[in-house]
Design a protein. Structure first.
Length: 159
């Protein structure tokens, strides 16, 4: 019994594990990936799935062309093919598209005005919304300074 496994190892020393991988993805040009990303509006995850690459490989190729800088702010979301399950505050998601949410945009405008015109801090702006009993997306009267900062950075100069 102990001779069986030894004999198999001796006959096939390189077949202990089988890992399938393809060399072809390394030949996919960054320009083709850029066309899918910019031209067709596909996300990096969609491109990775379509081409059989990892998402990291897709992102590296896009960065090599200077398309993505590596931080969140350098890549605006494609509003026509929005993949995140939750739309940013001020938008609503309809059929993988994000469209302005007029109710939330009023709150966004209030935040931008408070910070720009009244020179309020993020924390003070959050307290202002709570004092006015303005509900967040979850229906709660609760606002944090980090949420206010995120909303301000997204909407400042756009409203």
């Amino acid at each position: 019994m102990s001779g069986g496994p030894t004999r198999i190892r001796d006959e096939h020393p390189y077949y202990t594990d089988i890992i399938e991988y393809s060399i072809i993805p390394h030949k996919i040009s960054p320009a083709f990936i850029a066309k899918l990303y910019l031209g067709d509006g596909l996300s990096s995850s969609q491109i990775a799935s379509k081409l059989g690459l990892s998402k990291t490989a897709v992102l590296e190729r896009l960065r090599s062309l200077g398309i993505r800088k590596g931080d969140k702010k350098s890549n605006p979301s494609n509003k026509e093919n929005y993949q995140n399950p939750h739309a940013p505050f001020g938008y609503k998601k309809i059929d993988n598209k994000i469209v302005p949410n007029q109710t939330e945009i009023k709150i966004c405008r209030m935040i931008v005005t408070a910070i720009n015109d009244e020179k309020m801090s993020y924390r003070a702006t959050a307290k202002l919304l709570v004092s006015k009993k303005i509900k967040n997306r979850k229906g709660e009267i609760s606002w944090g300074h980090s949420v206010i900062k995120s909303i301000y950075e997204r909407w400042n100069g756009k409203l």
